[in-house]
Design a protein around this ligand. Sequence first.
Ligand code: 5GP
Length: 116
Amino acid sequence: MAEETIFSKIVRREIPSDIVYQDDLVTAFRDITPKAPTHVLIIPNHLIPTINDITEADETALGRMMSVAAKIAKEEGIDEDGYRLIMNCNEHGGQEVFHIHMHLIGGRKLGPMLAK
Ligand code: 5GP
């Protein structure tokens, strides 16, 4: 069994966080150290440690993560100007929290996709 992270506690509202959306499959909340005016993390409610652990059974939740990203981008007023969706995997990807999450980042021009 994979070990739970702080994100499971956020899903269950056991610790404070700024939740902007929640349903039976996914939760979205503001990143604690935002990299841009809008920086929201969208996660499946159930624990999937890394993208490598995704199975077909997770596809409904993953699809919901995408549609919720579009909905939040619209609510934040960044849909027309644009934004970036990022998912990091393991060490080279820079993953720090081992409960998969999609970063929704926008509200300013983001520049080149990758730092050197
Ligand atoms: P990663 O590097 O794993 O893709 O991103 C993890 C993200 O989770 C980071 O942007 C970090 O700021 C955010 N984060 C870590 N702990 C917490 C927390 O307790 N609450 C919130 N809201 N964000 C967190």
